[in-house]
Design a protein around this ligand. Structure first.
Ligand code: ISL
Length: 541
C-alpha cells in the first residue's frame, strides 16, 4: 500500500500538563514531568501527544487565557524545557501537537492592555461597543448575548467607556477577527511555534471566531426564561459557517504548507469544533480536520450500541473519498467514560476507538479507566462551574475530569513529591494506576495497549470498514479488511452476555481466530482458538 500521511496512522493522546506529572513538588504538572514520562507513550503505543496550553497565563481558565502567545508559563517551565521536550520526543519517534487559542487572549495580554488605553494599533484588536444610554443615564449592554460560561458576553470598562465582548470568562476578551492586524499577529504566533519543530496544532474554539457583525439580539430559545437569569439562555449568536471562518483556517493552513515546501515535513492541524457529520464533511472539502466530538458529546445515558453505531456509521456514509474521520472519546471539557457510562464500557470504548477507521484521540487516564473526582462548590476552580453557581456547578464542572494522572499506588499516586495537588487525586488510584495495571494482562491499560497494537495490522492501518454486520441495543460490530486480511470487531456495551450469529453476510466466514479480547469471554474462545462465529458469546466489559 502507498504510505499514509503520518496523521492517518497515528494515535493522538491528550496530555493536560497541569495534571500529568509534577517534577518540582508544587502540586501542578509541568514540562519536565512530561519529559520524564516519555517512555510511557512508547509503552502504550501512542505516537502523537497533544499538549493542552502551557503558555504564559494568569490561569483563570487554566491556560486557555493566554497573556503571552510566545512564551511558556513559569508554572510549567520555560522555553528551554519545551525545546528539550520536542527534541527528546523526536528521538523516541514521538510527535508533538500544541494547543493554539485563536479566539481570545487573557485580559492581561499586552494587546488588551494597550487596547484598553486606546493605543492606535491595538484600539480595534478586540470587540468594543458603546451600548446605549438609558433615560436614567445608566449604560445598556449592546445586546442580550450570553457567554458560553454564563452571564453576559459584555463587560464594561471605565477606561474606554465601552463594553468589550468575551464568549468565555470576562478575563478572556475575544479578539476582533475583522481586524487584519489581528489575523496577521496570529499567523506570526503560529509560525513561531511551528518553528520550534512541533508537528502541528489543535485549534481551540473554532466555532467562536466570528460573531454577527450587526450585534442584533438573539432570538430566545422559545422557552420562557427569567430575563434576569443569564444561566438559562442559550448562546446562538455565532454562525460558524460564515465564509470568514474557512478563509481563516486556510490562511493558517498556508503557514503549515509554506513550511512543508521548505523541509518536506507535513504538519497536522486539527480543529476543536462541536458540530455534525455533514458540517465536518463540508470542512473537509477545503482540507480542514475537525475533531469528531459525537462520541464525547451526543450520547445519552443509558447508552445503546445502536446509537453509538448510528453516530459512527455516518462517518462512512455520503462522504467524499478524501474524508478522514477523527474520533474522540474524552477530553478536558467533558466527564470521563467510566462515570458517564459505567466501568463496563471502558474497555469497550477503547476497543472501538482503536479499531475504527480514522484517527483516534485518547484523553489522559482513559487508558487506565480513570474516574471523575468529587468536588464541592467550595473547592471548585473551573470558572465555568464557579459561574454556574452552587446549585448547577456539577452539570458543567470540568474540575471533576482533570484530576492528577494515577501513576502508582504510592504517595500522591506518583504524581508529585509535594504534599498537595492542585486538584484532589481520585480515591481509587490504589487500584487504577499505571504501575498496578501493568502487572495484570487484562487491565484496562494492557487491553488499551493491545488494541493500540492492532493498528499495526494492514486491515486496521490501511483497510476499509463495513458497518453492516450485527448491531442491536447492546452489541455493535463491523469488519475491517484489506486484501485477504479480514477482522470482525464485535463489542458488547450492554450488561448481559450476547450470543449473536456472525456468520450471516457480510462476514461470510464460519470460523475465526481470536486476536484480541477483553478477557471477559467464554473459556471456549480463549485467544487463538478456532471460534465458531455462529456460536460466539460476547460478555459485557
Ligand atoms: O464546549 C462547548 C460547549 O459545549 C463549546 O461551546 C466550546 O467551544 C468549548 O467549550 C471551547 O472549549 C475550549 O475553549 C475554552 C476552554 O475553556 C476549553 O477548555 C477549551 O477546550 C475557552 O478557551
Amino acid at each position: 500500500p502507498a504510505p499514509l500521511p503520518w496523521w492517518k496512522s497515528t494515535i493522538i493522546y491528550q496530555v493536560y500538563p497541569r495534571s500529568f506529572q509534577d517534577s518540582n513538588g508544587d502540586g501542578v504538572g509541568d514540562l519536565q514531568g512530561i519529559i520524564s514520562q516519555l517512555q510511557y507513550f512508547k509503552y502504550i503505543g501512542v505516537e502523537t501527544l497533544w499538549l493542552s496550553p502551557f503558555y504564559k497565563s494568569p490561569q483563570k481558565d487554566f491556560g486557555y487565557d493566554i497573556s503571552d502567545l510566545k512564551d511558556v508559563d513559569p508554572l510549567f517551565g520555560n522555553i528551554q524545557d519545551f525545546r528539550r521536550l520536542v527534541e527528546e520526543a523526536k528521538q523516541l519517534g514521538l510527535r508533538i501537537l500544541m494547543d493554539f487559542v485563536p479566539n481570545h487572549t487573557s485580559d492581561q495580554h499586552e494587546w488588551f492592555q494597550k487596547s484598553l488605553k486606546g493605543d492606535g494599533k491595538y484600539r480595534d484588536f478586540y470587540v468594543w461597543s458603546d451600548g446605549s444610554l438609558a433615560a436614567n443615564g445608566t449604560r445598556i449592554r449592546p445586546n442580550n448575548w450570553i457567554s458560553i460560561f454564563g452571564g453576559s458576553v459584555w463587560t464594561w470598562r471605565e477606561e474606554r467607556q465601552q463594553f468589550y465582548l468575551h464568549q468565555f470568562t470576562p478575563e478572556q476578551p475575544d479578539l476582533n477577527y475583522r481586524n487584519p492586524d489581528v489575523r496577521e499577529e496570529m499567523l506570526l504566533s503560529i509560525r513561531y511555534w511551528l518553528d520550534q519543530g512541533i508537528d502541528g496544532l489543535r485549534m481551540d474554539a473554532i466555532a467562536d471566531l466570528y460573531e454577527a457583525e450587526n450585534l442584533t439580539d438573539n432570538p430566545l430559545s422559545g422557552k420562557p426564561v427569567p430575563s434576569n437569569d443569564w444561566n438559562y439562555l442559550i448562546p446562538k449568536y455565532t454562525d460558524y459557517l460564515v465564509p470568514e471562518v474557512p478563509q481563516e483556517i486556510m490562511r493558517w493552513q498556508g503557514v503549515f504548507d509554506s513550511l512543508e515546501k521548505l523541509d518536506g515535513r507535513e504538519r497536522f492541524m486539527v480543529l476543536e469544533f462541536y458540530t455534525d457529520s455533514d458540517t465536518r464533511a463540508k470542512m473537509a472539502a477545503f482540507g480542514a480536520h475537525p475533531f469528531n466530538m459525537d462520541l464525547v458529546d451526543s450520547l445519552t445515558v443509558p447508552l445503546s450500541a445502536r446509537q453509538i453505531m448510528g453516530l459512527v456509521a455516518q462517518e462512512y456514509t455520503n462522504k467524499p473519498p478524501s474524508y478522514w474521520p477523527t474520533f474522540v472519546i474524552g477530553n478536558h471539557d467533558r466527564k470521563r467514560v467510566a462515570n458517564k457510562y459505567g466501568r463496563h464500557t471502558v474497555n469497550a470504548f477503547n476497543m472501538l476507538l482503536m479499531t475504527l477507521k480514522g484517527t483516534p484521540t485518547t484523553y489522559y487516564g482513559e487508558e487506565l479507566g480513570m474516574e471523575d473526582i468529587e468536588v464541592t462548590y467550595k473547592e471548585t476552580q473551573d470558572p465555568w462551574a464557579i459561574i454556574a453557581g452552587p446549585d448547577r456547578y456539577l452539570l458543567v464542572s470540568r474540575d471533576v475530569n482533570r484530576s492528577p494522572m494515577q501513576w502508582t499506588a504510592g504517595y500522591q499516586a506518583g504524581f508529585t513529591t509535594g504534599n498537595h495537588t492542585w486538584l484532589p487525586i481520585q480515591a481509587n488510584y490504589t487500584t487504577y494506576n499505571v504501575e498496578s495495571e501493568k502487572t495484570d494482562p487484562k487491565s484496562h491499560l494492557n487491553l488499551y495497549k493491545e488494541y493500540a497494537n492492532l493498528r499495526q495490522l494492514s486491515a486496521f492501518k490501511y483497510g476499509d470498514i463495513n458497518v453492516n454486520v450485527v448491531t442491536n441495543d447492546n452489541v455493535l460490530s463491523f469488519l475491517r479488511y484489506y486484501g485477504s486480511e479480514r477482522y470482525l470487531v464485535a463489542i458488547n456495551f450492554g450488561q448481559a452476555s450476547s450470543t449473536d450469529n456472525y456468520t450471516r453476510d457480510p462476514v461470510g466466514a464460519a470460523t475465526g481466530t481470536v486476536v484480541s479480547d477483553t478477557g471477559n469471554v467464554d473459556a471456549s474462545i480463549a485467544k487463538n482458538n478456532n471460534v465458531d462465529l455462529s456460536q460466539l458469546t460476547l460478555d459485557p466489559g
